[in-house]
Write a protein of this length. Sequence first.
Length: 570
Amino acid sequence: MDTYADLVFVGGRVVTVDADFSVASALAVTGGVIAAVGGRDDVAPLIGPGTRVIDLRGATLLPGINDSHLHGCAYGTATPPLSLDLGHPAVSSLADVADSVRDAVARAARGQWITGHGWDTGYLAECAADPSRLPSRHDLDAVSPDHPVVLYSFSGHATWVNSKALELIGVDRHTVAPPGGAVVKDDSGEPTGLLHEGAQALVQNALPPLSRRERADAVRSTLATLARLGITSYTEPGLGPCGDGIMRGALGTETLDVYRELLADGELTARVGVLLLPTGMASTAEEFARALTALDEAGYTGTTDPRRLAVHGVKVFADGIVPNKTAWMSEPYVGGGCGSLCVGGETDAERTAEINAMIRHAHAAGHQLGVHVTGDRGNDTVADAFAAAVAEHPRDDARHYIIHGDFLTAHAMKVLAAHDFGVNMNPTIKWTVADMEEDFVGAERAAYAWPYRDAVDAGVRVASGSDAPVTHPDWRQGVATMVLRESKAAGRVSGPEQRIGLAEAIRTYTIEAAWQDSADDWKGSLEPGKVADLCVLDGDLLGADPRDIPGMPVVLTVVDGRIVHDALRD
């Protein structure tokens, strides 16, 4: 034998995720590539003196997990040690938030800004008991009168600040919010400390942008977390000029430069795909075309190792986000909210024309498109725009996809399937918001939200992602949610008819996510000749109770044949 394997796995359940979803018991890796899949006899000839042989002892070997919608730099800045963790269950009340801020103040240098992420009124006891009780600057002033405090909601579409922060950014009773935003004020006209949507720019613009070192540290922190979770690929869904004002520039153009540096230094321990973010939520087609041309001319589409870092295409915003009632819906939310209107006060016809033009321009320029859209009407509009762009400028294998697709309609599914377009859904968001979803959209629409079963049955390419830092990037919880449709807090079932099987759920995090990356010919399944991106889960995943899946430990993660997480030797 001229070449022995570097790694050989035996004695487990090798879930190949091939076309037949076949299950083997052994696998060999040579030079970063899968050399053999089958039984012990198939890999035995590849075992040499330098081969590490791993007895899985019944554990499950999967393709490396691909989180197809994860803001890597933003997640790093939003999690400890770079930021306070204010998500559930880390905090469960306004008092808990105040305690966390008090502790941070005690450690902070004079005048330092205190930042935190993840608060959600649905999981803060005082707000849950009384929906009219919202977070206020006064909750924070008592524990931080001198340090400015900025706390981002779990969705990233609301920010909670204290009085010192309001003073420093110059927000008072006379402040007028930017278009598409809101400075929440009390009955006397004074700001409460809550800033929604575009008004968050008021505080973002006051904060110093992340340094290159801070961005690199944030990405490194994220990579370490992902390695422990078995995630070997992810999509950064939007880096560009529009991101320069979001989370201190975490989604900005400089972050892509940092990714390039980490690649050059050999520190990129996961494969990263990027969507460029030329403009924001309410941009015009003209602004979009101009900004995209500038990015293309600046050379942001190419990388030195496209299998490790690739710019796949462009992100476009068609609307806002459901919890803040700005989705593009055909009927208003419960208690009002956005119906036929979308963003910026536009009519359907005006917004449709702008979206059509942006999609047509990016498609004609050769880019893959990921379009952020929530709401039934918005999904129909985007799917039709994809089809129209391809009809006008035929192009094989464009692989455009809808981001979120929470209220994907039968019409949108039919169009997506007919043209081999995709949708990127977020099961852990469904798990997180299911207990309160009916308050926004009503019982029927809440049950339908994130229609996995219908989309898979319609033949749509469905990938799954966490949208971290909106949710923790735990694919195990995502799989359990797709199979069970149970909520985070109460365990209530929301839309059981939209459940999918375990094999189908695993595909959304592996081969279908690889399809989104235009990489399903070389990653996403365990087949000879494909890259050795692997995840080992302790226990029998295929035979487990779905409720136990989130607790099954990831004991080994391999990227390109290199072990990046090894709990077997710890």
